[in-house]
Write a protein that binds this ligand. Structure first.
Ligand code: MGD
Ligand code: MGD
Ligand code: SF4
Ligand code: MO
Length: 722
């Protein structure tokens, strides 16, 4: 197996394969969960070649959601964990900010420097001047959320999480009242699976496992609704390629047809929904022709789709995030979710809808998060608006002190956040101290004053829960970390000691003790060891509850066609954690299409979406050769008609721009996109672009109604030959 040694960049290491073994002897297998920010949360079997070295990673065959299938990028994890560029030593900046000139320092000395900088910032401007900033590079509840323990104990500024889920969750909760739904494994028992605004083949491959099983076993139809002909749409029996930001119109027409043709389930509507008569009247003008003009689909395509779901009681709507990353994303989600309530699909096993299970797990993280010391008066700064925050925007700072010191874990805002030019300008401020705790020298780490090396999931203990499925999975350490990196947990504990809060609730415990406490508080049977033995715990609610047949999660138990956009986003997002909100006055009072999007105009004739690349996971894996080779280079997909108009050919360089900035990209002429729509698949590292600036130069950070969020796929742009 020379290839494994080569991949690891560690020629000379002996593995079991070197010893002339025959097939009878297998490497040890470690059991854990994928830590990445992906709805699938796969249960993993990891080949352990020696105490520090892994081989192939596989999906657990006996987990009935993972079902033995994982994505290729994680199967190749050896390439990432044993990467030659992995950070192993703390680095202190010696040249100007962003110069890439560093010197190595000891880990404890580095933590002293962070603590000093935090004390200094607090002394000058108060504790809210320190902003610990984190996201979901790891989804482990201990390693991801422990930073809040330090934040609360010190009264540092909070973070309002807004980059990913807000529009989707707000739209779902407005209708159903809670983030749960039909068991996603039921897709295998459906007669029609509607994959709506998620590129599941790329972003959560296990959806396909269950959908394709339904097609094989029962002749189910797979419907895919997206804005371009991506890998998922290529699998569709019915492919609906609509204009970006028009899904609400499609949903309305589907419901119009149901009332018109008698396929609406009037008994269900009367029993389970708030205002079916009001909805029917509202939809009278929302005909397939009306929707065709908005969506760009043919009226006959919409009729065919409506006829299909009208005939198939077991229709399952798998609603993704992608179509909600538009400025009308919350009402779009609400409209799509209203469809199965009109047709009564919820009644059937294999029918209904699913988006996220975030509300089912009931895991009490209060000790990990240090909730007991949380002061509700401390401000929440909007994660997506880090650019505005760091460049001193008064509103973004909520009229409070400037941010002058930060530690960042599990996130790469200089790459992934909108308004990238502002983000970089902010991070480069001379009077801001930035410590980045990372596994690689990311775009953000490059701008730091101090970079600390982090362990990877296989090297520390943690616990994970599915978003797109129902398992809580233990992720115990399976190999030793290399010399140098420390876990997030160790860094937070080390800072707490230096900052005088190590005696506060939640500090001084191991990961294992925190997990034991979490499970005990949450009423789970057994602790760390029991979960390790069983590997996972399936928290799927029973059929009646999952299908809301015992009532939707609003007072009164009815599905709301008339949403209250002023409520809270979900039970696990209390209002005080919501931060600045978008205006909700513009949102519709029934399912509808609303023109809040950045529609094309004379100056910006094209609509840009920044869709996910199959071989990357957000900005992660853009450092591994296996993923890079398969993705090629950063490109812009342009329809042949648009290419002709702009005189662009495949391989030409085009400048894509709007009022936020300009990025040069290599053109790929392709009829997978619609005329007037251009697509960039990412996220590539900024340095991979021709001018060293990434795609998020073009995306906006204006908070989307009703609860904030970033509309990554909603950008009007111009194209100029470059
Ligand atoms: N390979 C890979 N996997 C990933 C990620 C990744 O970057 N790469 N990211 C992870 C993360 S953090 C998340 S949150 C999930 C997100 O996973 P998804 O739910 O799949 O969401 P997106 O990746 O934002 O986009 C999905 C699709 O929505 C399409 N889309 C954009 N605008 C519209 C629209 O207006 N209407 C419709 N119908 N479709 C639209 C996009 O073109 C894209 O094909 O995936 C996770 N998994
Ligand atoms: N243009 C555009 N931008 C987008 C999106 C889009 O669709 N288009 N999608 C958005 C979405 S949905 C999301 S969720 C965000 C995600 O944005 P991020 O959360 O920033 O993205 P990731 O790449 O998942 O993770 C960030 C970093 O976490 C690090 N990391 C992983 N594990 C650990 C650990 O245990 N400890 C430490 N210290 N670090 C660790 C990884 O090395 C990685 O560099 O991006 C958003 N940005
Ligand atoms: S990235 Fe998603 S599909 Fe791939 S292994 Fe992780 S959870 Fe599974
Ligand atoms: Mo995300």
């Amino acid at each position: 197996m020379a290839s494994i040694r080569k991949m690891n960049g560690r020629a000379g290491r002996r593995s079991v394969y070197d010893r002339g073994m025959n097939e009878m002897i297998r490497p040890t297998v470690g059991h854990t969960a994928c830590p990445h920010d992906c709805p699938s949360t796969c249960a993993l079997d990891v080949e352990i070649l020696d105490a520090r070295t892994i081989g192939r990673v596989r999906g657990a065959a006996d987990n009935d959601y993972t079902a033995g299938v994982i994505c290729a990028k994680v199967a190749r994890y050896a390439e990432r964990i044993h990467h030659k560029d992995r950070l192993l030593k703390p680095l202190q900046r010696v040249g100007p900010k962003g110069s890439g000139e560093w010197r190595e320092i000891g880990f404890d000395d580095a933590l002293d420097l962070v603590a000093e900088a935090f004390v200094k910032a607090e002394a000058r401007y108060g504790s809210e001047s320190v902003w610990p900033y984190q996201y979901a590079g790891t989804m482990g509840l201990v390693q991801r959320d422990g930073i809040h323990r330090l934040r609360h104990a010190k009264r540092y500024s909070n973070q309002f999480d807004s980059i990913c889920t807000n529009m989707a969750w707000a739209g779902w909760a407005a209708g159903a009242g809670a983030l749960r739904g039909a068991d996603p494994r039921e897709m295998a028992k459906s007669d029609c699976v509607v994959i709506w605004g998620t590129n599941a083949v790329a972003t959560q491959v296990n959806v396909m496992t269950h959908a394709v099983k339904a097609r094989k076993d029962r002749g189910a139809k797979i419907v895919v609704i997206d804005i371009y002909d991506n890998a998922t749409m290529k699998q569709a029996d019915l492919a609906l390629k609509l204009r970006p930001g028009t899904d609400g119109a499609l949903a309305c027409a589907l419901m119009h047809v149901a009332f018109r043709d008698g396929t609406a389930d009037r008994d269900y509507l009367a029993r389970y929904t708030d205002d079916p008569a009001g909805l029917e009247a509202h939809l009278a003008s929302r005909t397939p022709h009306w929707a065709a003009a908005i969506t760009g689909l043919g009226a006959e395509e919409i009729e065919a789709f409506a006829a299909l779901i009208g005939a198939r009681r077991r229709t399952f709507f798998r609603l993704g995030y992608g179509f909600t990353r538009q400025r009308n994303g919350a009402p779009a989600m609400h409209a799509a979710l209203s469809v199965p309530a009109v047709y009564g699909h919820w009644r059937e096993e294999g029918g209904g809808a699913f988006h996220s299970n975030s509300d089912i797990f009931g895991l009490d993280k209060s000790l990990v998060m240090g909730s007991a010391t949380r002061d509700p008066a401390v401000r929440h700064l909007d994660q997506s608006r880090i650019g505005a925050v760091l460049t001193g925007d008064r509103a973004a700072l909520m009229d409070g002190p400037p941010v002058t010191a930060m530690i960042l874990q599990n996130t790469n805002p200089a790459n992934v956040c909108p308004e990238q030019r502002l983000v970089k300008a902010g991070l480069l401020r001379e009077d801001l101290f930035v410590c980045v705790h990372e596994q690689f020298m990311t775009d953000t780490a490059l701008l730091a004053d101090l970079v600390l090396p982090a362990t990877m999931f296989l090297e520390h203990d943690d616990i994970y829960r599915g978003g797109g499925q129902s398992h809580v999975i233990l992720g115990p350490k399976v190999v030793e970390a290399p010399e140098g990196p420390r876990s997030n947990h160790a860094v937070i504990e080390g800072l707490a000691q230096r900052l005088g809060v190590a005696d506060r609730p939640g500090f001084g415990l191991s990961e294992r003790a925190l997990i034991d406490d979490m499970l005990a508080r949450s009423g789970y049977e057994g602790g760390f060891d029991a979960l390790k033995e069983g590997r996972w715990s399936d928290r799927q609610p029973p059929f009646e509850a999952a299908h809301f047949l015992s009532g939707f999660a609003h007072p009164g138990g009815r599905f709301r066609f008339r949403p209250d956009w002023t409520g809270t986003m979900s039970p696990n997002r209390p209002p005080e954690s919501m931060g600045p909100q978008g205006p909700h006055a513009a949102l519709p009072s029934f399912p509808d299409h609303v023109e809040l999007i950045e529609s094309a105009d004379a100056e910006h004739p094209y609509r840009l979406a920044t869709s996910p690349a199959r071989q990357f996971l957000n900005s992660t894996f853009a450092e591994t050769d296996g993923s890079r080779k398969r993705e090629g280079q950063p490109t812009l997909l342009v329809h042949p008609e648009d290419a002709a108009r702009e005189r662009l050919a495949t391989g030409a360089v085009v400048s894509v721009g709007n009022r936020r900035g300009e990025v040069r990209l290599v053109v790929e002429v392709s009829d997978t996109v619609r005329p007037g729509v251009v697509i960039h698949e990412g996220l590539w590292a900024n340095a991979d672009f021709l001018d060293g600036e990434g795609i998020n130069v073009l995306t906006g950070a204006d908070p989307v109604a009703p609860f904030g969020g970033a509309a990554f796929h909603d950008n009007r742009v111009w194209l100029r030959a470059a």
